[in-house]
Write a protein that binds this ligand. Structure first.
Ligand SMILES: C[S@@+](CC[C@H](N)C(=O)[O-])C[C@H]1O[C@@H](n2cnc3c(N)ncnc32)[C@H](O)[C@@H]1O
Length: 216
């Protein structure tokens, strides 16, 4: 199975990444659609956007994708003609006056160690609009043996985490609105386990509960 890790180097080619992701993209985007009316989204920050996997869902909205990989970003710009930037989100702080109502981290954080993940999420609290949310989809490390665990252990990302760990990490920074574990099934088999988390800023939620809103 170590072959899987070695083989994962080819995923830096955007077209191969897209091909390999095809079976998973639909299930991940379905999790977003189950909990959100995506047609109402106004301004998206896609953190760790890869080769632009998610941007077509937001064709009606303002969109900015950021990713560490210049090859992915160049491909995404050419293919989708939207705004994409190269940035290391472990050190990147989006401008303080830029607010987004939909911040997406789709399959990023299992590439990032604990300190980096906490730093990224904390920095993003400053970029969520008062009525906005952060949406996180990530890879779960299942407790029991089987294909999903093997897939998680052999993923390109070194930090798949148990569901309870993700829940604690996300909930320590954002107020949990929704959290849902889900599986991707192929040919009748569970292949990977994932988590979807929707959260909002604690300060913003207190204002919303009181029917107020800060000027962004
Ligand atoms: C599994 S891919 C997910 C890509 C995309 N979000 C998707 O849904 O297909 C993880 C992405 O995170 C990016 N990434 C990893 N570490 C990063 C960092 N420190 N800053 C920005 N992007 C990073 C990788 O380049 C890669 O594109």
């Amino acid at each position: 199975m170590a072959i899987l890790k070695k083989f994962s180097g080819v995923l830096s080619v955007p077209q191969l990444y897209n091909l390999m992701q095809t079976p998973f993209v639909k299930s991940k985007l379905a999790a977003l659609a189950r909990h959100n009316d995506l047609s109402k989204v106004r301004r998206v920050l896609d953190v760790g956007c890869g080769p632009g996997t998610n941007c077509t869902v937001f064709s009606h909205a303002e969109y900015l994708g950021v990713d560490l990989d210049p090859g992915y970003v160049e491909y995404a710009r050419k293919k989708h003609g939207r705004d994409f930037e190269v940035a290391d989100v472990c050190t990147y702080d989006p401008p303080a006056d830029e607010k987004f109502d939909f911040i997406l981290l789709n399959s990023l954080l299992h590439h990032i160690d604990e300190q980096g993940a906490r730093r990224i999420l904390t920095a993003l609290t400053r970029s969520v609009s008062d009525d906005g949310h952060v949406h996180i989809i990530d890879l779960v490390l299942p407790g029991s043996k089987g294909l999903p665990r093997m897939m998680a252990e052999n993923d390109r990302g070194d930090y798949p985490r148990p569901f309870s760990h993700w829940q604690e990490l996300f909930g320590s920074i954002f107020e949990e609105v929704t959290i849902e574990p889900f599986k991707v099934r192929l040919m009748g088999l569970d292949v990977i386990e994932l988590v979807y988390f929707k959260g909002r800023n604690r300060a913003a939620s207190q204002l919303q509960d009181r029917g107020q809103s800060r000027v962004a």
